[in-house]
Write a protein that binds this ligand. Structure first.
Ligand code: ARG
Length: 589
């Protein structure tokens, strides 16, 4: 469906042409002086030089051509040569009615369904999920939903960190703690137990202890490295143990992500790349892409136009061991061969930007991807505490994601109970969780991904201002009015939208017509913050309308029906917006 700006620009372009000027001059934008007009065109200013005429003469001529046009309520030519445009109420109304008939409210859908893989989450097995992994999950989930909504096929892959030294550390730590386990008996010949020899809590204690120890104790570290190598080379007892670590960890991760409303299609990890590595290395060597450098195998990825040094991409270490790079490249090879995606999107901490520059260049140079394959790095900034330093617990430790969420859940529970003492604990709990998720996710997504931001619980959970709970509150307010309307015998589905009868109503309607623009721009730039900006503006426009309009007490049935219809569209659009951000609204708050 053509966007409002396109429709208006076409009409204004026609007028330029009819007046004897280039129609391209008719490009219209949203007004930056909303007190004067809704849309504006500066084409006469641009045309003045070309046509050797004063801009206001051109503007006058064009305005004259638009006087009887039904699309507009008013087109003014103002000095020195602007066109100030106010569209007609009927144009706004009929646009919204058409939007409702269209698929996805008029978002332009591609002719085919391009396939993308999105790599996000990226938790490390055996380490508890901490707030550092929150951003990847929240941003990735939203980008996935936005791309699906705009007509792409999207496969989300969690890409577990399940293959590096941390696995050797856990194995070695466990060996110290429980040396009697059969996995550590080289003479054991039976079958390994199905039950894991540890709980997730034990597992989460082993890793940090082992990691700390390895920094102080050389021998321990050497043993962990040896264990890692044995595991990667297929040593059976360690593979068996590794499966336990993976299962226990993944079960826990699934619970955590579910609680966050984050969902992956694939639960693959670095380890899945293992089988592909030897063939890929051979290929890179035999095609002359990779060469030896100080014993290691590398691919040069520097380019002439580089302004800073881009080091070579290391494929194998001098001891022949593979690295994070190697698993990522082999994963690209698998993804290309298995899924033939048009692009791969990585949502990872922006401190890994240089690393991904190397990996992407290497993948292109070695032709693991096609020249037209899109490789996107969505690097996100750090989530800081109020002190401007990376977010920590009150005691200064790493904050577990679980604890962060339950703290906010509890806070919201208390607030909801306070506001509605009659609400059952069960409902209050479910509502509190919805509100908490909106606070956490909107607080994050309303920033550009690359920006660091301050996680300010008080601000994020406020029911006023640019927050998730404010959006939910607006939605709940609309739901409550519609419920009352139906309780009084009205039928929301039969309500008919009329032309706006107040500036606030028109402003709300014009905001609604911009939905597809917002979603398309969020998809194009992989920026969920565009959706936040849009639904915040829409919520404000709705609340201004609401505060200035009698809705249920309106005596004129025609007007009342029109208001109800407008509320129903606003609700649909807001609910779609928050769904794209990855949260939903309760019935009451
Ligand atoms: N596990 C990694 C980390 O915690 C993130 C993985 C990102 N994805 C990737 N394909 N490298 O830093």
């Amino acid at each position: 469906m053509e966007k409002v700006l396109e429709l208006i620009s076409k009409e204004v372009g026609d007028a330029f042409e009819a007046a004897g000027y280039d129609r391209e001059l008719g490009r219209v934008t949203i007004s930056n002086r909303p007190d004067l007009c809704e849309y504006q065109c500066n084409g006469a200013m641009a045309g003045a030089k070309k046509y050797g005429k004063a801009p206001f003469i051109i503007a006058d001529e064009v305005a004259a051509k638009l006087q009887d046009n039904e699309m507009f309520e008013k087109v003014d030519s103002v000095k020195p040569g602007f066109l100030n445009i106010i569209v007609s109420g009927d144009f706004a109304r009929s646009y919204i009615v058409r939007m409702l008939h269209e698929k996805r409210f008029g978002v332009t859908l591609p002719g085919h369904e391009p396939k993308f893989i999105i790599d996000y989450g990226g938790p490390n097995v055996a380490k508890p999920l901490h707030v550092g992994h929150l951003r990847s999950a929240v941003i990735g989930e939203s980008i996935k939903r936005i791309l699906k909504y705009t007509g792409n096929k999207v496969i989300g892959d969690v890409h577990l960190g399940d293959w590096g030294l941390q696995m050797g550390l856990v194995i070695t730590g466990l060996k110290e703690k429980k040396p009697e386990l059969c996995y550590f008996d080289p003479d054991f010949e039976g079958t390994y137990p199905k039950e894991a020899p540890f709980t997730v809590t034990e597992l989460e204690e082993i890793y940090p202890a082992a990691s700390k120890r390895s920094k102080e104790d050389e021998a321990f570290k050497a043993e962990a490295m040896e264990a890692t190598k044995l595991l990667q080379d297929g040593y059976k007892p360690y593979r068996a143990l590794w499966h336990h670590i993976l299962n226990v960890s993944v079960n826990d991760l699934k619970k955590n992500y579910k609680n966050l409303n984050v969902d992956f299609d694939l639960w693959k990890g670095e380890s899945d790349a293992h089988e592909t590595i030897p063939g890929m290395v051979e290929y890179m060597k035999s095609h002359g892409y990779a060469h030896e450098s100080q014993g290691a195998l590398v691919v040069d990825v520097a380019e002439e136009t580089d302004t800073k040094e881009i080091p070579p991409c290391m494929i194998l270490k001098s001891d022949g061991a593979s690295l994070y790079n190697t698993t990522d490249l082999a994963t690209i090879k698998q993804r290309m061969e298995g899924e033939h995606p048009e692009g791969i999107i990585y949502v990872v901490d922006k401190r890994q930007e240089l690393y991904f520059t190397q990996v992407f260049r290497c993948a292109r140079k070695t032709r693991l991807v096609m020249p037209e394959t899109e490789l996107h790095f969505v690097g996100f900034g750090t989530m800081n505490g109020k002190d401007g330093k990376p977010f920590k617990t009150r005691e200064g430790g790493v904050m577990r994601l679980e604890n962060l969420i339950s703290e906010i859940d509890e806070k919201m529970f208390a607030r909801i109970k306070e506001g509605n003492p009659e609400i059952s604990d069960e409902e209050a709990k479910s509502t509190a969780h919805k509100v908490a998720l909106s606070a956490i996710k909107y607080g994050d997504l309303s920033n550009q991904p690359a920006k660091d931001y301050i996680f300010d619980v008080d601000k994020f959970t406020s029911f006023e201002g640019d927050t998730g709970p404010y959006i939910l509150y607006t939605i709940v307010r609309i739901k409550s009015i519609l419920r009352k309307y139906e309780a009084e015998g009205g039928n929301v589905k039969e309500a008919k939208l009329g032309n706006p009868d107040s500036p606030a109503m028109k402003e709300l309607m014009l905001n609604l017509t911009r939905f597809a623009d917002a979603v398309e721009s969020a998809a194009k730039d992989l920026s969920p913050n565009r959706i936040c900006g849009y639904i915040y503006d829409l919520s404000n426009a709705f609340n201004s309308f609401y505060h200035g309009t009698k809705i249920l007490s309106e005596a004129d049935e025609y007007k009342k029906s029109s208001y109800i219809a407008l509320l129903a569209v606003t609700l649909k659009v807001l609910e779609t917006g928050i769904d794209l951000l990855g949260f939903d609204a309760p019935e009451y708050m």
